[in-house]
Design a binder for this molecule. Structure first.
Ligand SMILES: *Cc1c(COP(=O)(O)O)cnc(C)c1O
Length: 423
């Protein structure tokens, strides 16, 4: 069986290993539930981006919201990446992890004035601006600091990325980006504002995209705009084509980053835009299959209609199944010989939406450790304390080395900011 995450995730005999580490052993030592990431797998996922862009002026900006652990950010900073951020909090993380503000692009529809000010003072490379209203506020904030904010407008190319409605962002009905028809005039407006310096154009059409064609369609639409904007006298330096490349959770077959980029470059060159600097903002494709969530089986509850396998991880630890009905692979970290049965893998949280997998064929007993696969992206970053559950610990492995990169949250931490009313 080839697992998503292979070769960094594979059985040796009956036991599941990440790199050279037995995952069951990690739970024995560090408890459950537990996120584990492979540093090698992350760097291996980055390599095809860097290979495909070699010889071009480019910047790969890792999208921090996919997995914002400091050690993850540090890994990408050391590998030369920039970062795509969506809040001042993420900027603070990037700086704490040794990232370079000069390689940060700041995305998001609702940046506050305080966030804008901080980002300008820190020297971020570019704001990806999503509306005229935001542009005007940003100009005011920058001018107030005696500066000009470097800006690219996020344009909405109105293409269907063929992905889940909650993670599709490039259609007319989405809240994201400046509408295609308004883009040329918005650029003219931007160029006239005292606190704005136009440097690029940006689009991001969605997430978990498994085909090349929506990217090519979006690129054509963006290049049409670049030509119209430049004809109107505003210079565009860089093209930011966003993130969104999908990964294999079950039977998806997304293109490799190198194949995707090769096709984009061919179009960029054919249309005479080969001199432009290129920016990409991958998140999921760099970390998704580099991580697993380990969880111990507490109780088996066979029933008339359904068999429930109750584990100690829940929707608060990993929200994707509850939020998007997302499928994530689930395997036993110790392969058993007995016949598999069909189980719904569910957590202890008091919601019927609290499930990690439905109708899964598993050979399992209480006390076993299951691995939820492809959990490196949008796992821990979406975790909450619902049901007053402390968030899981996070580990990073590299070969035979293991580091605790986030301690398990203690119960006392969960309400330390709360106050009783006076007696
Ligand atoms: C979320 C996001 C990304 C990363 O998306 P992935 O699907 O994780 O690659 C990139 N850019 C922007 C603006 C985003 O909101």
């Amino acid at each position: 069986m080839t697992l998503p995450g292979s070769p960094y995730l594979a059985y040796k005999g009956a036991d599941l290993y990440m790199d050279d580490i037995s995952l069951r052993d990690l739970v024995r030592q560090h408890g459950s539930p537990l996120y584990v990431y492979s540093r090698k797998a992350m760097l291996a996922a980055l390599a095809p981006y860097q290979r495909a862009l070699k010889g071009r002026q480019h910047l790969v900006c890792y999208a921090v919201k996919a997995n914002s652990n400091l050690a993850v950010l540090q890994t990408f900073a050391q590998a030369g990446c920039g970062f795509d951020i969506v809040s001042a909090g993420e900027l603070a993380r990037v700086l704490a992890a040794g990232g370079d503000a000069g390689k940060v692009v700041f995305s998001g529809v609702g940046k506050t004035r305080a966030e804008m000010k901080l980002a300008i003072e820190t020297g971020v490379r570019c704001f990806n601006v999503e509306s005229t209203a935001e542009l005007e506020v940003l100009s005011e904030v920058a001018a107030g600091l005696g500066q000009r904010a470097r800006v690219s407008l996020r344009v909405n190319p109105d293409v269907d990325a063929g992905t889940h409605p909650y993670i599709s962002t490039g259609l007319k009905g989405n809240k994201f980006g400046v509408a295609h028809e308004l883009a040329v005039n918005t650029y003219k407006r931007a160029a006239a504002l005292p606190g704005i310096e136009v440097v690029g154009i940006d689009c991001h059409i969605g997430s978990q995209i498994t085909e090349v064609s929506p990217y090519l369609d979006a690129l054509d639409r963006v290049l049409d705009l670049v030509e119209a904007i430049e004809a109107g006298g505003v210079r565009i330096h860089h093209l930011d084509l966003g993130g969104g490349l999908g990964i294999t959770y079950t039977d998806e077959t997304p293109p490799g980053a190198d194949e995707l980029i090769a096709q984009l470059l061919a179009k960029i060159d054919a249309r005479g835009h080969g001199h432009r600097e290129l920016v990409f903002e991958p998140g999921r494709s760099l970390v998704g299959n580099a991580g697993v969530l380990l969880t111990e089986v507490m109780y088996l509850k066979p029933g008339e209609k359904k068999n429930f396998c109750i584990v100690d991880a829940a929707m608060n630890d990993l929200m994707r199944p509850a939020l998007y009905e997302a499928y994530m692979g689930i395997v036993n970290t110790q392969q058993r010989d007995d016949a598999a049965q069909t189980w719904d893998v569910v957590g202890p949280v008091c919601e019927s939406g609290d499930w990690l997998g439905r109708d899964r064929q598993l050979s399992v007993q209480a006390g076993d450790v299951l691995a939820v696969l492809s959990a490196g992206a949008y796992g821990m970053t979406m975790a909450s304390n619902y049901n007053t559950r402390g968030r899981a610990a996070e580990l990073m492995v590299d070969g035979d080395q293991v580091w605790v990169v986030r301690e398990r949250e203690a119960v006392a931490d969960l309400f330390k900011l709360e106050k009783l009313l006076p007696a």
